[in-house]
Design a protein. Structure first.
Length: 279
């Protein structure tokens, strides 16, 4: 979860699994931390008999489990359900608790389409790109999308393109950005579309799209320069530095250390990519 949590409640023998972000929760403190960090991702599916059973059987909190079931039986609000959990544990401060409940109540006043858009954006912020792709596609396929403005639909297509691009799926990303530009007429969407062609090393496609949208030589050069600057990120420069060390290193300890450093960098990149692909 990224940080240590001090738990004064029992630790579960069997964790509660949160499907949306692929997380196992072993204590009430972890459940409260999850709520705090993922408030915008919560929806009515969070109110489940599975969670009540986990609270009852694994945490031994029989009264809380029954209180949560009463809220569900009475078709209560998600905000009331969450508040009951937060009040029992004392993990959050009063101010934090009030802010969480206020956020959920504001979401309860929005349409399903608006809430799902916010949740998809939150998945992107948390670098859950594959999950974000599923959410954006579901949004665009929903009946409500037909009623949404061209600007909003264009922005959703743009964000979908960004999710694909973050997974290095540049061909799909380019198509999304182009559709985004058709709808929202944002130069940002067009710029990202052209950058995707550069990332694919498709010079023919890049030139064709640039001319199709009347991008002059100066505009094309700016896009090329932007990608060149991006390729000089700290992480890539560190990797290149290690490759140079490996090429210059003599056999023995020095070469082994350089190889290990390169392997560690590649391993970290792979782990980051795998995390982005979790649904």
């Amino acid at each position: 979860m990224g940080e240590l949590l001090y738990c004064h409640e029992p630790i579960a023998a069997l964790p509660y699994y949160v499907e949306g972000i692929g997380m196992n929760l072993y204590s009430m403190e972890e459940l409260c931390y999850y709520i705090m960090e993922n408030t915008f991702l919560l929806d009515n599916s969070f109110m489940s008999e599975e969670l009540c059973t986990w609270v009852e059987k694994q945490m031994g909190l029989y009264k809380l489990a029954e209180q949560l079931r009463d809220i569900m039986r009475g078709k209560g609000l998600l905000s009331d359900f969450v508040l009951a959990i937060l009040e029992q544990n004392g993990y959050c401060t009063m101010k934090e608790m009030q802010q969480i409940v206020l956020t959920i109540r504001q979401m309860e006043e929005k349409s399903d389409f608006e809430c799902n858009k916010i949740r998809a954006d939150q998945l992107m912020e948390k670098e859950k790109y594959l999950a974000g792709i599923y959410e954006y596609k579901r949004l665009l396929d929903s009946p409500d999308a037909k009623e949404a403005s061209a600007l909003l639909r264009g922005n959703i297509w743009h964000n979908l393109g960004t999710a694909y691009a973050r997974l290095f799926l540049f061909e799909e990303a380019a198509k999304c950005y182009e559709e985004a530009y058709r709808l929202n007429e944002s130069r940002e969407s067009l710029r990202e579309c052209l950058l995707c062609f550069r990332c694919m090393h498709d010079e023919t496609g890049f030139m064709r799209k640039a001319m199709e949208h009347n991008i002059d030589d100066m505009g094309m050069q700016e896009i090329k320069n932007e990608l060149s600057l991006a390729s000089k990120s700290e992480a890539l420069m560190q990797f290149e530095e290690q490759l140079e060390k490996l090429a210059e290193a003599k056999e023995g300890t020095e070469k082994t250390l350089a190889k290990n450093e390169i392997s560690d960098i590649i391993f970290r990149w792979k782990e980051e990519y795998r995390r982005s692909c979790r649904v």
